[in-house]
Design a protein around this ligand. Structure first.
Ligand SMILES: [Zn+2]
Ligand SMILES: [Zn+2]
Length: 215
């Protein structure tokens, strides 16, 4: 293990990690809330034909762009009103995991990988319902539920792929063709020399291709 990373992780566990933190509660809360929200949307979408599939694909591509821009800019550059993003991502997440040691060794370190439960709860119960209600007001419920579904499913996939990217590379999921490329795509992003320039997508590298930031 990289000695500097080992020191950073020790310091994080002593100074930042809440004493009563439960990684099982964290992972359970995030996954149950997001999965429950996905099921709720699926139950409310009346039919799936070409129009719904195209709209869903369009929304997912748009979500991917929003996440790409968030990752590339406020998470990697310090802006006055978005300092928490920078602190959480560049100063903590990248400080604990770099390209030669991006594997979780103490399960409590997922505190700095998954989104905080408060943020997931806010997204699931306030932000996405409010946006979807706005869409419903101007269009119809089918479009609103498709939009909400695209955010919840993208969010869940993001959490799963990000967590898997920081798991041990001897795990079986590193042998899944295609998907394992995304794990390595993100592990490369943890190289401090390129982290501000390359590999910002987590789920699909589509915007890294378009903006020529894929390595
Ligand atoms: Zn990461
Ligand atoms: Zn990053």
């Amino acid at each position: 293990m990289n000695p500097n990373i080992a020191i950073n992780r020790e310091k994080f566990r002593k100074e930042i990690l809440p004493r009563r933190y439960s990684p099982f509660f964290h992972i359970g809360f995030n996954f149950l809330v997001l999965t429950g929200s996905i099921i709720f949307c699926l139950l409310n979408i009346k039919n799936w034909d070409g129009k719904e599939i195209s709209l869903f694909a369009g929304f997912v591509t748009f979500n991917s762009l929003v996440v790409y821009l968030n990752h590339r800019y406020p998470m990697h550059h310090r802006y006055k009103f978005l300092k928490a993003y920078y602190w959480f991502h560049t100063q903590q997440h990248h400080n604990l995991f770099n390209e030669d040691d991006s594997t979780v060794r103490d399960f409590r370190d997922i505190y700095m990988i998954l989104f905080p439960p408060s943020l997931v709860g806010f997204f699931a119960f306030v932000y996405v319902p409010a946006l979807s209600y706005g869409l419903y007001y101007f269009t119809d419920s089918q479009l609103a539920f498709l939009f909400a579904l695209s955010i919840y499913s993208y969010f869940l996939l993001y959490e799963v792929i990000h967590l898997a990217s920081h798991s041990n590379e001897t795990n079986w999921w590193y042998k899944i063709p295609g998907i394992s490329k995304m794990f390595w795509h993100h592990r490369k992003h943890h190289d401090p020399k390129i982290m501000n320039e390359n590999n910002f997508n987590i789920v699909l590298p589509i915007w890294d291709y378009i903006f020529r930031s894929k390595l």
